[in-house]
Design a protein around this ligand. Sequence first.
Ligand code: NAD
Ligand code: DAU
Length: 353
Amino acid sequence: MILVTGGAGFIGANFVLDWIATEGSPVVNFDKLTYAGNPANLASLKGDSRYVFAQGDICDRKRVASLLQTHQPQAIVHFAAESHVDRSIHGPGEFVQTNVVGTFSLLEEARSYWSALPEPAKSRFRFLHVSTDEVYGSLSSSDPAFSETTPYAPNSPYAASKAASDHLVRAYHHTYGLPVITTNCSNNYGPLQFPEKLIPLMILNALNGKPLPVYGDGKNVRDWLYVGDHCAGIRAALAKGRPGETYNIGGNSEKTNLEVVHAVCAILDELRPNSLITHYLSLITYVKDRPGHDQRYAINAEKIRRELGWEPQERFEKGLRKTVEWYLSNNEWVDSVLTGDYRKWMDSNYAKR
Ligand code: NAD
Ligand code: DAU
């Protein structure tokens, strides 16, 4: 049994599905179901006795303690977070609450549960903290990629809140001996991603004939990783990672935002031609830049390759095509997320750009 937090979100849901398909052991998914959490992501597990859903907030320590006592997990895999940089610029408070206070609450309850475990369960227990490459700040085009020893320099409220949570996780290992592992991953893409993030937003806007809003000059670089590869990296870290260590996970696939948007448009031109729009890239619209926009992220994933034998398997071109195909063939899911709240967010982030 493992306890996953935030398993109704994009990566968490992919991880739960992947875990049950590959490991086959039970999962408790503890999720608050914020705007980003969607039970439909796990609809295929309905009736599967290996899957238990518990709705709640990671800041609720009593609830966390009771879940740990009831289910006696051998590991906690901690995804739950506020995850969107633009939202952290509009309203940083929730990011501090969930990402910092929430991670602290979880660590405290995990420490208390783990301290009382008998051997060998105690030695086997792991707290795996899922974090981001954004904690390292921004690279110039000539800088080497982020390694595990790159100094932290977070630039957005989101990145700062994740950095703070990473520091707490580290401190719980060094001070209390809690067997933690932190993974710092680059930009994920794939099925089930909420369409506030670049790739699904561009796919859905294009399909609806709406502008494709590229921030600034579109030359910012991200290192794209297919979500299934991220899930495999987390499983490897859980199985073989050394407690107290951090592992960078990346796709070795740096692209400018414009390259990504062009690639999405080319796939849509082929798979869903629209007689009113000759080429989807005619919808590209340059808009006001994100404040404090990091120029480039790139991950050096040599440590996880060397120590745990993990490498990304999916090439960007193929992974992106699979992703576009998924959005094209899941209309019900798409319609269910394009709610009034989503439209409000799109208005508040894009209308005045
Ligand atoms: P997401 O926003 O899609 O999902 C977050 C999930 O956490 C949702 O299901 C939400 O309901 C839940 N949640 C939020 N606040 C909660 C709370 N207080 N208590 C319980 N549940 C809560 O996020 P994602 O993109 O799947 O990211 C998952 C994790 O991976 C995050 O920690 C993020 O920082 C990290 N990460 C994301 C990426 C990426 O590209 N998306 C890359 C690297 C790391
Ligand atoms: O690097 C890992 C991080 O990747 C994760 O920790 C975050 O949770 C995740 O959201 C992601 O952060 P980014 O800010 O890089 O992702 P986003 O999809 O928001 O933006 C990707 C790039 O595209 C970024 O340079 C901003 C740009 N962009 C984004 C949106 C939403 C646009 O040009 N237009 C847009 O409308």
